[in-house]
Design a protein around this ligand. Structure first.
Ligand code: AVJ
Length: 322
């Protein structure tokens, strides 16, 4: 039995210190925010997987159906590239891509990238058992840390699925796409999943599931602060809040404090006071319009090769060429 290979970026900063500093910075900011990347510890990644199975959360299901229908065509268009997936999570959607690559023969090389080592090991073990023929190296790091490796992996398809790009504010998204384009070689590909603008009720249901899994996902960030930063936050006084902001075409996800409380994050040991009703934004999830996002991506150095969508036009998969 070969065990999955996972490489880790050299930690420049102690992960606890990184988390603590980020929380202090965000909780003293106006409006208060926490960085979404910290949602994905082992529990958070497992909770996100559970979100993708909720009936209201149409994104994963819809994207998987688009991939199932078009993976072979995508492989036709890209040729036998390596596949590097950003934010691979459980990588189940990736099965469709790997199947299409394997069916055409030749080596299939897959590089899942994830910040969560638990999610990455689970994803690698799953792929290894379902696709023993795939040559795979898991890379545990933040997205931007992988950019310097891309030129060596060319010809490569970078997959960024699930509308994870929607977590970035507009300027950050543009910077991210430009940096990616600069790191790729001409002729390489970028496969991007984007959730599309739709009716408010559908969007708000997706981020407020009946079973309360999304609420547990939001609250888990504070569970993590208690565990890793010894914060002593009263978790019963935190509720999940998510609504669609039509003006900005994004779902804003926050934690709301239902009672006043003070807590301390160690290091650096600063006291934070939250008032009753105070909100801490944990995520934005942007919704896109095809006619706007495609020119934007083209302005960053990509050419739209093909656009795939579902019959309801709820979600789009964009195949872009560098
Ligand atoms: C993983 C960022 C795509 O925005 O839909 C789902 C995260 N948060 N429910 C999304 C999420 C709450 C998800 N992304």
């Amino acid at each position: 039995r070969r065990t999955p290979t996972i490489v880790q970026s050299s930690p420049g900063l102690d992960p606890i210190v990184d988390f603590a500093r980020s929380c202090v910075r965000g909780l003293y900011a106006d409006p208060r925010t926490l960085e979404s990347r910290f949602l994905y510890d082992a529990q958070g990644s497992a909770l996100f997987e559970e979100i993708t199975r909720q009936p209201e959360y149409y994104l994963t299901r819809t994207e998987a159906a688009i991939l199932a229908a078009h993976a072979a065509e995508i492989r036709e268009l890209t040729g036998p590239t390596r596949i590097l997936e950003l934010g691979s999570g459980s990588s189940l959607k990736t099965d469709h891509l790997l199947k299409a690559w394997l069916e055409r023969g030749g080596p299939t090389r897959y590089y899942p990238v994830d910040v969560s080592s638990a999610a990455l090991s689970a994803a690698c073990a799953g792929i290894r058992s379902r696709f023993p023929a795939v040559e795979m190296v898991g890379i545990q790091c933040q997205y931007r840390e992988v950019f310097p490796l891309l030129a060596q992996l060319s010809p490569v398809l970078v997959a960024f699925l699930g509308s994870s790009i929607g977590n970035f504010a507009p300027p950050e998204m543009l910077a991210f796409v430009r940096t990616l384009a600069a790191a790729l070689r001409p002729g390489d590909f970028f496969l991007l999943g984007v959730d599309l603008v739709k009716e408010r009720s559908i969007l708000e249901a997706a981020y407020n599931d009946q079973a309360g899994v999304t609420a547990r996902f939001t609250r888990n960030l504070f569970v993590r602060m208690n565990r890793e930063l010894d914060a002593g936050i009263d978790l019963d006084a935190i509720e999940h809040a998510a609504w669609y902001r039509q003006d900005q075409e994004l779902v804003e996800i926050s934690a709301r404090f239902t009672r006043e409380q003070s807590f301390r994050l160690t290091p650096p040991g600063r006291v934070i006071t939250m008032g009753q009703g105070d909100l801490v934004r944990t995520e934005i999830s942007r919704k896109f319009r095809m006619e706007r996002v495609i020119p934007e991506l083209e302005g960053c150095g990509f050419a739209a090769e093909r656009v795939f969508t579902d019959s309801q036009r709820w979600f789009a998969l964009l195949l872009l060429r560098r």
